[in-house]
Design a protein around this ligand. Structure first.
Ligand SMILES: [Zn+2]
Length: 438
């Protein structure tokens, strides 16, 4: 039983069943999968030759799922702060991207992000950016599981020179990803203001053929709604509905501007929601009404968005922000309790990606994507309710171990397979290049 590992943490929160915290239990993994979850004493008897990993002050949870991001943009962390969405994009981010974006930039930024996420307990991330094959290369090198969608936008850039070219390149990337165990791929039409009706129609056809997800920024800010009303005579969601895109496979990101009729419409269609509270707060975009949407049966996941508008990829802090923002916006301290926040960061993220049979909870047969958080330091003591402690106290810095697909990638706060010196040197080089642009 040499390939069997028996993890014995202080607490285990399997997420399914709901609100459960187990003590004196062990999680047993064999190869890539969770084999068993049982009392520690029984585990020792049943798997006597297994390799024990004792985590005496730790909570073990399913690996966190970050449902929206742009990993390459970590190289622009702190590059342009304190602007509204359109000023931030048009005056700062897009001009910088026009000068910078190429294979090496995307690879370096994505590798930095993957390392940050893995060391912060995120084991699966949804990403959208140009040169998706470079993001894939970086994520595979670090060992992260992912959904990588290529952006489709009607203007020319260094990756593709028109909308059709973006669509064709995305199709090629989706074909390539078929061979990759840890990657699912799909389409990311950037937003209704940057994709044509014929572009959307093609994407819908191809997505149906390949069962690929469609990942879309929608109703991010009031300005987006106003501009769309001026240019198209309707709100963006009305056009997306008219084009036939609404379905349970459609992944909608942000959704901060919703009328009651729009809430009913998306609830009836069962779309997926990625809530990005910190990015929405920082860009002053608005608040996604997640409690209302969840009450209508919609699945709410949480994403950090890119580090240029957050400015970190710390999913524990993001989940705390989701809980706190719901409480203050609804004037209700019971809105989004700690366990609900944990669900949003695990099983709901898995559902968002269509991976709920594979990840998102600690159940026998699922992939061993796991995160351990140490509650030994002064800021985490004493511990009455481990899940509350996780959501309201812990940050990425408390994460000590992460496994993806049964492989221990981050081990007592050290990367087992990543040359961190080389990553740091690479980032320093990019910082010099990017600073020279200003
Ligand atoms: Zn985004």
């Amino acid at each position: 039983m040499a390939d069997i590992t028996r993890i014995i943490p202080r607490w285990i929160a399997p997420v399914i069943p709901r609100e459960t915290v187990l003590e004196n239990h062990a999680l047993v993994i064999k190869g890539k999968k969770i084999l068993d979850l049982l009392p520690a004493v029984e585990a020792e008897k049943r798997y006597p030759d297994s390799h024990p990993v004792r985590l005496e002050n730790h909570l073990l949870i399913p690996g966190l799922v970050n449902s929206h991001g742009h990993a390459a943009m970590s190289l622009l962390r702190g590059y342009a702060d304190d602007y509204d969405l359109m000023t931030w994009l048009t005056d700062h981010i897009w001009p910088a991207e026009a000068k910078l974006v190429e294979d090496a930039f995307v690879y370096s930024g994505a590798r930095l992000s993957a390392a940050e996420m893995l060391s912060g307990g995120t084991t699966c991330a949804a990403d959208s950016y140009f040169f998706p094959e470079s993001t894939a290369r970086a994520f595979l090198e670090v060992g992260l599981r992912s959904q990588i969608t290529a952006p489709i936008i009607h203007f020319s850039n260094s990756w593709a020179n028109n909308e059709q070219n973006h669509i064709d390149k995305t199709r090629a990337f989706i074909n390539w990803s078929d061979q990759q165990e840890l990657i699912t791929a799909g389409f990311a039409p950037h937003a209704p203001y940057s994709v044509s009706n014929s572009g959307f129609a093609q994407i819908l056809d191809y997505a149906a053929d390949t069962n690929a997800p469609i990942h879309l920024h929608l109703h991010e800010s009031a300005g987006e709604i106003q501009d769309h009303l001026s240019n198209h005579g309707c709100r963006p969601l009305a056009r997306i509905n008219e084009l036939g895109l609404l379905s349970p496979r459609l992944q909608l990101v942000h959704m901060t501007q919703l009328t009651p009729e729009e809430v009913s419409l998306i609830a009836a269609e069962g779309v997926q929601i990625a809530h990005c509270p910190q990015s929405n707060m920082k860009l002053g975009s608005g608040i996604c009404p997640i409690t209302t949407l969840a009450a209508k049966g919609l699945n709410i996941s949480v994403g950090t968005d890119g580090a240029a508008s957050n400015n970190d990829l710390d999913m524990l802090q993001e989940l705390r922000s989701a809980a706190l923002l719901a409480k203050v916006s609804e004037n209700n301290p019971c809105a989004v309790d700690a366990f609900t926040a944990l669900e949003m960061g695990t099983i709901n993220g898995a559902r968002f990606l269509g991976l709920e049979q594979t990840i998102g909870s600690l159940e026998a047969g699922k992939s061993a994507d796991l995160t351990a958080i140490n509650f030994n330091d002064f800021s985490s003591q004493p511990v009455y309710h481990p899940i509350s402690q996780l959501i309201y106290t812990a940050t990425a810095q408390h994460v000590t171990h992460t496994w993806v697909n049964g492989k221990l990638l981050y081990d007592n706060q050290q990367f087992n397979y990543l040359d961190t010196k080389q990553v740091r040197a690479d980032i320093q080089q990019w910082q010099r290049t990017i600073k020279a642009l200003k």
